[in-house]
Design a protein around this ligand. Structure first.
Ligand SMILES: Cc1cc2nc3c(=O)[nH]c(=O)nc-3n(C[C@H](O)[C@H](O)[C@H](O)COP(=O)(O)OP(=O)(O)OC[C@H]3O[C@@H](n4cnc5c(N)ncnc54)[C@H](O)[C@@H]3O)c2cc1C
Length: 804
């Protein structure tokens, strides 16, 4: 075995094989894959090999398409067949909600360039005669997808990588990993030590244990999974083509052809965790005992929905384990605090995803940039809240919902509540319908007395619609209070803080007592953060951003090498906050503070440290509603008291609690984008419009070269707000924006603007089309609705209220 390599990939399943191939393909020939047993011997060898492009995240869908398209390439380079059956896919809907969900997939697919369409049940029957159509309402067909041979595919990746110079050591076990001071690694195996610049954890079923080697607890867990292969089916005899791979959401069943019979698998509601604490070292090329007694009721549903399957015997049954993260998406990327340690694990759909994972990870390793937004599969989307207990509850929940289509207004119940602020009980008592963001409970809307704070999952307007309208009207008409504890908060201190921030952020760094809107770019000039920065003293800053991105931003700060005189700390659990907004917010706050809040004394973006009622607080004049408003931050021990003081002081001013839903409506009326939804590492400063906060006069900042080049050339697309002639449903996200029948852009978020009385969509369209009044069409749940660009905010376009 060689004793050094640029990168060591641990694990020879389909994911490790793809990472090896992609590293070799970008020119890293000196890469070594180490596999403790035979290639594929973990969860890969017994997979059903199904592949598809479906994912709730557009970028992951795109990477899944890339994976499927890649198979022809690796077959060509390696000479090894992947055993492809590119049969396409059918998705069956049995109720209105599932039908809506399939229609949304169709609307999204146009911009993604995927051939997808709603078809009749008669057409579905032609593609798969095994279906009993009486159980279903409609179907979606997509051209991409089918299945492949797991072992052939893995070997094709590995052979292709070898052609490009990569090496593979089988039957070699990585025992431990030791970091050297220069950030390189000693990879200690049972056959000797390899010195590597980079290490990649692709250890699949053992990813948790390979994480332990460097002291991290990855949120990953294996579940048992069953499928059956039937005897030959007379119904399939003589057919010219194989049946199309079929997903039955109501039955939680998938079916595809396997030779003359069918393969049927189920994601049952009460799945079994496998090896919850430690994966056995000697588990290799093994299956688990079948448990037909437990699974019979679920397969019986399949035999009802696909009756022919129940009339023949079972040729083979497979029960094997594979891994999941709490939300079912992979864990990919670098880990904060560990230089040159990368993960690519928790991949539950390896044959749809491994290619895309290899692509983005290889780019990331080579250029410090995955090349696109992949936050939905970034390991940094989980923070400290994702403890083993959390993972042990969320993974089975996710498994049981694998084939349930997620509704946009749905909040998953497992592992709740985990993180609670000091006013959680008060908000619940006030009727809060809660969601969880980064493990922290936050209010979505508040049910008035006599109404239960629950919502029917739907793609259309729910019973919360009029309630959210009343919350919006209270904010615009009087004053509202919204808990902001779920924002990401960071303290940056030290004498070097200003200089370091000046390099890391593209914006001007505010002077003491001021706040600035502060975009952060990567080298390619794309948005990695849309934060606000308050300067509390020359050497003390409070930075606030999206709560979901806390670990993502902490990792970004760490990778930006703060010098020894700069201290960066998360204030996630040490600062709680509220935003008060509306024309009467000044009056309310003035009752609790001695700071002169008059318009001329405490202007927009002013900051001070003061007392608000009993609470020592950081007070900023800022907000996300477009109204006169303030954000108040204090420590958790004072937070409930601060809340009580505000509620008491505002009783006669029309003060009303509002939640995240109302905030989404209010911000879109003002045309404000939100990080992770509208602003992501896919878009540049000029595309988002955040270039207005970029200080191009600064001598240097990350992304400056790219941002200047873009400023000279102009952005090719632009973030816009569209007014949509919607019926009973708003856009959700990723729907295609159509012009003359062609998809020219896509939606990033949407809400009903209750105070302007319009359904609103945010999204990107090509710059030449981004004109006020430009007309487009957006397919909302199967109905083409017209959409008109509004370049000026629909509410208070001059910002008079904000500055009042
Ligand atoms: C019954 C079943 C059906 C499935 N059907 C499908 C399907 O239809 N479509 C689909 O896309 N996916 C399917 N899957 C999931 C699929 O199997 C996984 O997504 C995929 O195998 C994950 O691959 P991996 O490389 O991450 O992990 P693994 O295959 O587990 O590979 C990890 C490798 O790392 C090696 N390793 C671990 N620790 C060490 C160490 N210390 N030193 C050296 N080597 C080490 C292991 O030996 C192993 O070979 C199915 C899974 C099951 C169980």
């Amino acid at each position: 075995m060689k004793d050094s390599a640029r990168a060591v990939v641990i694990g020879g399943g389909v994911v490790g094989a793809s990472v090896l191939y992609h590293l070799a393909k970008i020119g890293w020939a000196d890469v070594l894959l180490i596999e403790k047993s035979e290639l594929t011997s973990g969860s890969t060898w017994h997979a059903a090999g199904g592949m598809h492009t479906f994912n709730g995240e557009a970028n992951i869908s795109r990477l899944q398409k890339y994976t499927i398209d890649l198979y022809r390439e690796i077959e060509r380079v390696s000479g090894q067949s992947c055993g492809l059956h590119p049969n396409g896919g059918l998705m069956l809907a049995a109720n209105q909600g599932e039908l809506d969900s399939l229609r949304l997939i169709c609307s999204r697919a146009r911009y993604l360039g995927m051939e997808t369409q709603m078809i009749s049940l008669e057409q579905a029957l032609e593609l798969n005669p095994l279906i009993d159509p009486s159980f279903f309402l409609g179907a979606l067909w997509r051209a991409d997808g089918g299945h492949c041979d797991p072992s052939g595919t893995t070997n094709a990746y590995v052979k292709a990588a070898r052609q490009l110079g990569a090496s593979v050591e089988r039957f070699t076990r990585v025992l431990s990993l030791a970091a050297r001071r220069d950030g390189t690694w000693d990879v200690v195996t049972d056959k000797g030590t390899v010195h590597a610049e980079h290490v990649v954890n692709c250890a699949g079923l053992w990813a948790r244990e390979v994480g332990h080697m460097v002291g991290i607890e990855l949120p990953v867990l294996a579940m048992e999974h069953h499928y059956l292969i039937t005897e030959d089916l007379p119904e399939l005899r003589g057919r010219a083509r194989e049946i199309v791979n079929t997903t039955d959401y109501a039955g939680e069943i998938y079916v595809r052809q396997e030779r003359g019979g069918a393969l049927i698998g189920t994601y049952e509601p009460h799945g079994l965790v496998w090896s919850p604490v430690k994966t056995p070292d000697d588990f290799s090329m093994q299956l688990l005992p079948e448990d037909f007694e437990r699974l019979a009721p679920y397969f019986e549903v399949g035999f009802r929905h696909f009756p022919a399957l129940g009339h023949v015997g079972v040729r083979k049954a497979v029960n094997g384990p594979f891994t999941f993260a709490p939300d079912g998406n992979p864990l990919v990327g670098p880990v904060r605090g560990l230089r040159n340690y990368w993960v690519a694990c928790a991949v539950m759909a390896g044959f749809s995803q491994a290619g895309g994972i290899g692509l983005v990870l290889s780019r990331w390793m080579a250029a410090n940039d995955p090349g696109q937004d992949i936050i939905s599969m970034d390991v940094a989307r989980f923070g400290a809240f994702a403890t083993p207990k959390y993972t042990s509850i969320k993974v089975p929940e996710n498994y049981s919902r694998r084939f349930r289509l997620a509704y946009p207004n749905e909040e998953l119940p497992a592992a709740r509540p985990v993180r609670r602020s000091a006013i959680y009980d008060r908000l619940k008592a006030a009727g809060a319908c809660m969601g969880a963001n980064y493990g922290l409970e936050n209010a979505l809307w508040f049910a008035p007395p006599g109404i239960a704070p629950v919502e029917t999952p739907t793609y259309r307007r729910s019973e919360a619609f009029p309630i959210v309208r009343a919350e919006c009207q209270a904010v615009r008409g009087a004053v509202g209070i919204y808990e902001t504890s779920n924002y990401g908060k960071y303290e940056v201190t030290g004498c070097g803080a200003r200089a370091w921030l000046d390099r890391v952020f593209a914006s001007r760094i505010p002077r003491p007592g001021r706040l600035a809107l502060a975009p952060m770019l990567n080298d390619a000039g794309r948005i990695v953060g849309d934060l606000s920065m308050a300067c509390l003293a020359e050497d003390r800053f409070m930075i606030v951003g999206s709560g979901f991105a806390e670990e993502f931003h902490l990792r970004w700060f760490w990778l930006s090498n703060p010098p020894p005189d700069v201290f960066v700390r998360s204030a996630a659990s040490t600062l709680n906050g509220v935003s008060i907004a509306g024309p009467r917010s000044r009056e309310l706050l003035q009752r609790l503070t001695r700071v002169d809040l008059s318009a001329s004394a405490f202007k927009l973006f002013q900051v001070c440290e003061t007392a608000v009622g009993f609470a020592p607080a950081i007070l900023t004049r800022a907000g996300f509603t477009g109204e006169l408003g303030y954000e108040i931050w204090t420590t958790p021990d004072y937070f409930a008291t601060l809340y009580d003081d505000l509620m008491q002081a505002g009783g006669d001013l029309g003060l009303r609690l509002f939640g995240g839903r109302a905030l989404s409506s209010l911000r879109l009326e003002k045309g404000y984008g939100s990080f992770q939804k509208d602003f992501r590492p896919d878009y540049t400063a000029a595309e988002t419009g955040l270039d207005r906060f970029v200080d191009f006069n600064k001598a240097d900042f990350v992304g400056r070269v790219a941002a200047l080049a873009e400023r000279a050339a102009g952005p090719s697309r632009r973030f816009v707000i569209l007014e949509v002639a919607a019926l009973d449903a708003e856009v959700i996200g990723y729907e295609s924006i159509m012009k003359d029948g062609a998809a020219v852009g896509y939606v990033t978020s949407g809400a009903f603007g209750h105070c302007v009385g319009k359904s609103l969509a945010a999204g990107y369209v090509p710059t030449p089309l981004a004109r006020d009044g430009a007309r487009f069409d957006i397919d909302i749940l199967g109905e083409m609705r017209s959409a008109t660009v509004r370049l000026e905010p629909l509410y208070d376009p001059q910002g008079l209220k904000l500055r009042s």
